[in-house]
Design a protein around this ligand. Sequence first.
Ligand code: 13P
Length: 249
Amino acid sequence: MRRKLIAGNWKMNMFKEDGLNLVRQILSHVEGQKLPFDVLVCPPFTLLSDVCHAVNGKVFVGSQDVSVVSEFGAFTGDVSAKMVADIGAEYAIVGHSERRAGRGDTDAIVQEKAFNTIEAGLIPVICVGETLEEREAGKALDIVSAQVRGSLPKNVNGTVVIAYEPVWAIGTGKIPTLEDVAQMHNTIRAVLTEMLGPDTADQMRILYGGSVKPGNAKELLAVSNVDGALIGGASLKADDFWAIAATQL
Ligand code: 13P
């Protein structure tokens, strides 16, 4: 049985005090509870260390990206997966569409980042998803299958997480039909099974992301092979983030 993962991607938001307040409010729901799901928050790099200290292991913490380079060196502005692991985080998002489209992350780069993430002892959340043009052209399943094939590193294991985020659903308030979500998640599971065999593939969690809100979370999270949510905008408000998580209580 896969444990659901409720993950917040804060993107480039939050000064220190607001971020720590948000985390404290999330902790108030988590502390003393035996939750039937995992909670993950992914703050910007500036807050990663403070948030790790604040949560003290009670929720998981992840970065929103890692460097494609794994060793120390002259790479101004980069932060390696090992550095993220060193401050106590457990996860790292790689291949988010905002980095694929806006920062030139190809499948090969995402694969390298995911490889380094696993080598550092972190769990990668590997993001995939089609654009509106690709969906309208009937190519969504092929595009996403190819992204999964191209982005999975060779050291992949059952803890690795895939996040299906249709680009056109991110920040737009639009979501695919539940049938389309089921079809995509089933397809991703089939690709994983073909690549890795059923034992590993069955352990891997496949998240849905893109305009997940308190009002649609329950139905989305009930879809076949949807093992959690990657939440952007609604993860910035503790009440909304927790309302989404609480649909799984
Ligand atoms: P929204 O929830 O704001 O649509 O963002 C989704 C996302 O990109 C999470 O990584």
